[in-house]
Design a protein around this ligand. Structure first.
Ligand SMILES: Cc1ncc(COP(=O)(O)O)c(C=O)c1O
Length: 381
């Protein structure tokens, strides 16, 4: 079955839907039992609302197939999906190795909070996976990748990291939000946990926060399930329902967003104001070959480096945009733009480009309208 068929057909047909195509939303804390004997019985019957209801099972079933996972856990945001597995894995005295292009709040969580529990964090250059063995310590418990990084579009050689991690018995995690388990299947490459902010492409409508953690093995599933149950993490059924609804059209949206984003990236690469377009499908992208090796396509998110200009000009560029919204997050039906320099943090190396870094998330608007909008913005430079 192709992924297009999977996302339209899987996770349906539970008897509680009574023939309706979509699952019911069951808001539940208490679940009643007919007999007192069953209250403490183990078995398939749910005992309490935190175990999730039909819609949670439906959503997990679709993600499980897309990610080719052993199991999937839902989290109340993409950020929780990043932090929860680290809490499940690490104990005092452990060390985690993060990619230097990791989502900023994940970095802050490790530095500011995992540290309180005696877990040390250090960083690797996302483009230098060949050196990873030199950074691994005896107490390294997890290596967390983000490929590509959602601001700088740097890719990591996942296979090289997995090879070292397996040999050294280290868990590997990847933030797979850009690949969306559509263009990249990290678990099939040996990564232990594939994480997504389903807030982005699966939801697709900028109205829900939700995360997913897909585990590749039984052992990983057990570790996650145990911590998840203990932590009280829970996703509201309405949110799960909305993401399932969004997921049904994700493939179609991504096909269009991929095509339009690449056309706009090509157009931008010919503009005199632009120093470099960071879109992996362009042959001039430094990780073009790595992207071609591992990914089956590209999504609607990419970045560009402008020729050096003062910040007021960058702000004028953004303020002149009428169709692109100015705001964080991405993957929705509406196009967004942000300048990234205020949130660029590097520890393992430095960011080599001197001009301002702009990130675009291409939505579902008409390509010509988007290009006209960017033309209006670039005129400010
Ligand atoms: C790459 C990446 N991972 C994780 C997250 C966190 O997702 P959420 O906004 O659902 O917390 C984001 C959000 O922007 C992101 O860009």
């Amino acid at each position: 079955m192709s992924d297009h068929t999977k996302i339209t057909h899987l996770g349906r047909g539970d008897p509680s839907a009574e023939g309706a195509i979509n699952p019911p939303i069951q808001r539940a804390s208490t679940i009643l039992f007919d007999r007192a004997e069953d209250l403490y019985a183990t078995g398939p019957k749910r005992h309490y609302g935190t175990q999730g209801m039909t819609v949670h099972d439906s959503l997990c079933a679709v993600f499980c197939e897309l990610e080719q996972a052993n199991s999937v856990i839902l989290a109340n945001s993409g950020l929780t999906a990043c932090t929860l597995p680290l809490l499940a894995i690490c104990a005092a005295g452990d060390h985690v190795l993060l990619s230097d292009n990791i989502y900023g709040p994940t970095r802050r969580f490790c530095e500011g909070h995992l540290s309180r529990f005696g877990v040390e964090t250090s960083y690797f250059d996302p483009g230098a996976a060949d050196d990873i063995e030199t950074l691994v310590k005896d107490n390294t418990k997890a290596i967390f990748m983000e490929s590509p990084g959602s601001l700088t579009m740097e890719f990591t050689d996942i296979t090289a990291v997995v090879e070292v991690a397996k040999r050294r018995k280290i868990w590997t995690l990847i933030d797979n939000t850009w690949g969306a388990a559509w263009f990249l299947k990290p678990l099939t490459m040996g990564v232990d946990f594939s994480i997504q902010a389903a807030t982005k492409y699966p939801c697709g409508h900028s109205d829900v926060l939700l995360g997913t953690i897909a585990a590749g093995s039984k052992e990983g599933s057990k570790l996650l399930a145990s911590y998840n149950r203990a932590s009280g993490n829970f996703t509201a059924p309405d949110d799960a329902w909305l993401v399932l609804r969004g997921l049904r059209t994700m493939g179609t949206r991504l096909e269009r967003q991929e095509r339009v984003a690449l056309n706009i990236a090509k157009w931008l690469s010919k503009r005199s104001e632009v120093a470099l377009v960071l879109h992996p499908a362009l042959p001039e992208h430094p990780d073009h070959e790595l992207w071609k090796r591992d990914f089956s396509g590209s999504s609607g998110l990419f970045s560009l480096v402008l020729h050096p200009v003062e910040e007021p000009k960058v702000l004028a560029f953004l303020n002149a945009l009428k169709i692109f919204g100015l705001g964080f997050s991405w993957g929705g039906y509406e196009s967004l733009a942000v300048h990234c320099d205020p949130q660029l943090v590097r520890t393992a190396g430095s960011w080599h480009h001197t001009g301002p870094l702009i990130r675009l998330s291409i939505g579902l608007e008409d390509e010509t309208d988007l290009i006209d909008d960017l033309t209006r913005g670039l005129a400010q430079l």
